[in-house]
Design a protein around this ligand. Structure first.
Ligand SMILES: Cc1ncc(COP(=O)(O)O)c(C=O)c1O
Length: 423
């Protein structure tokens, strides 16, 4: 037999190497990874960690929606590949909700597409719009996906302070005037995650003017459309005149409908942008499980009252948490909408340690998990994001544990300081 010409796996060839693409290797380390690992380790060790980190809803969807899912799953016709842009009746239902709630008319054929959760749709929309040399403006502090979906699409990001809305608008205009090449895309998110900043419709009216003046496409991430308090109604970007000419809006059933794991999101608005997303999705996926789409129709049609009730539940949790923190002397950071309290770290802790170290201390010594603001970029330093997914009793318990933890830490700190002074 002749000798094989295939090179051997002798040591001079070196060990096999997986060569991951630069778009993956240039992503920064996942900041929440350390905290998630610690929560896991603590739970394995039997600790009861109160989880105020992720905005992962803990309440179930309505029974009628679950029943519809079971019924639809029993129908053999629902197990084939579905349409990648979503079944027509679901897209029509999304259009009907937009008209009823915001007075926005949408053509369900060309102006609505379903996504496997809004995060998938948002990321693929960035891939459809952005490429090397293109720049997107994102709000800072940022929801990580807003930055990394652009980066994964090989685009560049300019992040602008979102906390003062008038300044944010003038910064957008200034960036468009001065940057060359001009930014191509503006990413917005109101009610904002993580800062909980909200706006009125007039803000979006100004955005549309800017978008037209500078030929800037707009993506509005409206994930918290259904979660608002004290009578506040978050406005839809699409309700501003001319919005459909310049942009799209993502909505989701994850938050208000408690269907986060079901992965049901929508993109509505500009037909050309939606067509570009549909093209990408046509290559990448076969659409959502049809039984889920059918149950989502029922949820949109029949459970509006439950969505409003869910907001009241979050409002009660917000008050339980914020009242407790205020009693401890912390700033009142009560949000008007969304699922998070964006809480300034109080002094003297803010000057003493980084937000990451403060969050780690609350977790290791207080058994309370929060998200350090620095996980949302440098603009988040000095803040904690506390989610409202635990019930009111657990939130009050979290405040007690934070208080006890800081009392012990203060004593330890004072002890170290006096040893230092003596030494
Ligand atoms: C601002 C924002 N956008 C999008 C998402 C993702 O939503 P979905 O479950 O629809 O992918 C989240 C979830 O936390 C979010 O906070």
């Amino acid at each position: 037999m002749s000798e094989s010409r295939v090179p051997s796996d002798s040591p001079e060839n070196g060990p096999f190497q997986v060569q991951v693409a630069q778009r993956v290797t240039r992503l920064p380390p996942y900041l929440f990874g350390r905290i998630n690992k610690m929560i896991y380790d603590k739970r394995v060790a039997g600790d009861d960690v109160i989880e105020l980190g992720m905005g992962n809803p803990s309440d179930p969807p309505q029974e009628v929606v679950i029943e519809k899912l079971v019924e639809a799953a029993r129908n053999p016709g629902n197990h084939r590949y579905s349409k990648s842009n979503g079944i027509a009746n679901l897209r029509r239902e999304v259009g009907a909700k937009y008209f009823k709630k915001y007075g926005v008319r949408l053509d369900p054929e060309s102006e609505v597409i379903t996504c496997l959760g809004s995060k998938e749709g948002f990321s693929h929309m960035c891939l459809a719009l952005m490429g090397p040399g293109d720049t997107a403006i994102v709000p800072a502090p940022y929801f990580p996906v807003h930055v990394y979906a652009v980066a994964l699409a090989s685009g560049n990001v300019i992040s602008l302070d979102v906390t003062d809305s008038d300044k944010f608008l003038s910064d957008i205009a200034y960036t468009c005037e001065t940057l060359y090449p001009k930014p191509k895309l503006l990413i917005l998110c109101y009610p904002h995650n993580p800062s909980s900043v909200v706006v009125e419709q007039s803000f979006f009216d100004e955005v549309v003017k800017l978008a037209k003046r500078y030929n800037l496409m707009v993506i509005s991430d409206f994930a918290y459309a259904d979660v608002a308090f004290d009578g506040y109604q978050p406005p839809s970007f699409l309700a501003s005149e001319g919005a459909k000419e310049v942009g799209v809006e993502f909505t989701t059933m994850s938050k208000g409908y408690n269907m986060a794991g079901w992965r049901v999101g929508f993109c509505s608005g500009n037909a050309e942008m939606i067509n570009a997303l549909a093209t990408i999705k046509g290559y990448y996926d076969y659409g959502m499980f049809q039984a889920i789409q059918i149950s989502a129709i029922v949820a949109l049609r029949e459970t509006e009252a439950a969505v409003e009730e869910q907001s009241r539940v979050y409002q009660g949790r917000r008050d339980a948490l914020c009242d407790g923190l205020v009693r401890m002397g912390w700033e009142d950071a009560r949000p008007k909408a969304g699922m998070f309290v964006w809480q300034p770290v109080p002094e003297p802790w803010r000057s003493r340690m980084s937000t990451m170290d403060f969050a780690m201390m609350l977790l290791t010594k207080g058994n309370v998990a929060v998200s350090p603001g620095s996980g949302f970029g440098p603009a988040g330093e000095g803040f904690l994001r506390m989610s409202l997914v635990e019930n009111e009793e657990r939130l009050r318990q979290a405040v007690r544990q934070i208080k006890a933890c800081l009392k012990d830490a203060e004593a330890e700190y004072a002890g170290k300081a006096s040893v230092g002074a003596a030494g």
